[in-house]
Design a protein around this ligand. Structure first.
Ligand code: E4P
Length: 222
């Protein structure tokens, strides 16, 4: 499974990188704006600190086909392992179709429906990102969309991979992985929540108490 952090917070990313094997980092314009972190600063810092090769996902902002293509080419020319995120709008689908002729790695983002995701995969996107929680927020079945897309991609033998995004609970993460999805991106708090169950510390404290009460300060196993 490819695990990514959906963040531009360098401190948090490096702290989690020490504990979890990451494939890289995903961003979107909102994440970058919130962190006040420029793409060049973020990528140059992380590229030296994360394991090599790490993959970085950066999204285009233009609304026109030509604009998206120009931005994607600029991002692709940067000296990092970048997958260009293109929102799968009408213009985005057209841009993806053209950009794949130049073999530029693409993730089609803002996937809200199975049909939309399938078209992006059909156009050659290397990844598609269904928005699991955002779909649920508007009354849809985010896990169902990810699950159907996984089946359709497998059945059609498309080389596209689902990189499921927009998670607000660990349960959503587990459910999506259960459906056979092989790549996910998580905000730092959800990644942390995957390994911080209160029962874990309680169990470890109890082991330590039992050890202490039997052997006091003697810390060796002799
Ligand atoms: C990924 O492509 C999206 O940018 C991101 O995961 C959206 O997450 P959000 O719904 O938490 O903003």
């Amino acid at each position: 499974v490819e695990l990514y952090l959906d963040s531009a917070d360098i401190e948090e990313i490096l702290s989690l990188h020490a504990k979890v094997k990451l494939s890289g980092v995903t961003t979107n314009p909102t994440i970058l704006a919130k962190s006040h972190c420029g793409v060049n600063h973020l990528l140059s810092t992380l590229n030296t600190q994360l394991e090599s090769p790490s993959r970085f996902f950066v999204q285009t902002i233009s609304a026109t086909v030509e604009g998206i293509i120009a931005e994607a080419k600029k991002l692709h020319a940067l000296p990092y392992n970048i997958v260009v995120k293109v929102p799968a709008t009408e213009a985005g689908l057209a841009a993806i179709k053209t950009l794949k002729k130049d073999n530029i790695p693409i993730l089609a983002t803002a996937i809200y429906t199975t049909a939309q995701g399938l078209l992006a995969a059909h156009n050659g996107a290397d990844y598609i990102a269904p928005y699991v929680n955002r779909i649920a927020q508007i009354g849809g079945d985010g896990i169902g969309v990810a699950s159907k897309l996984q089946k359709l991609i497998t059945n059609a033998n498309l080389s596209c991979k689902i990189l499921a995004a927009s998670f607000k609970s660990v349960q959503q993460v587990v459910s999506v992985l259960e459906e056979g999805v092989k790549a996910i991106t998580l905000p730092c708090d959800i990644m942390q929540a995957m390994y911080t169950h209160p029962a874990v510390n309680m169990a470890v404290e109890e082991f330590n108490e039992h050890w202490q009460s039997a052997f006091a300060e003697q810390l060796s196993y002799e």
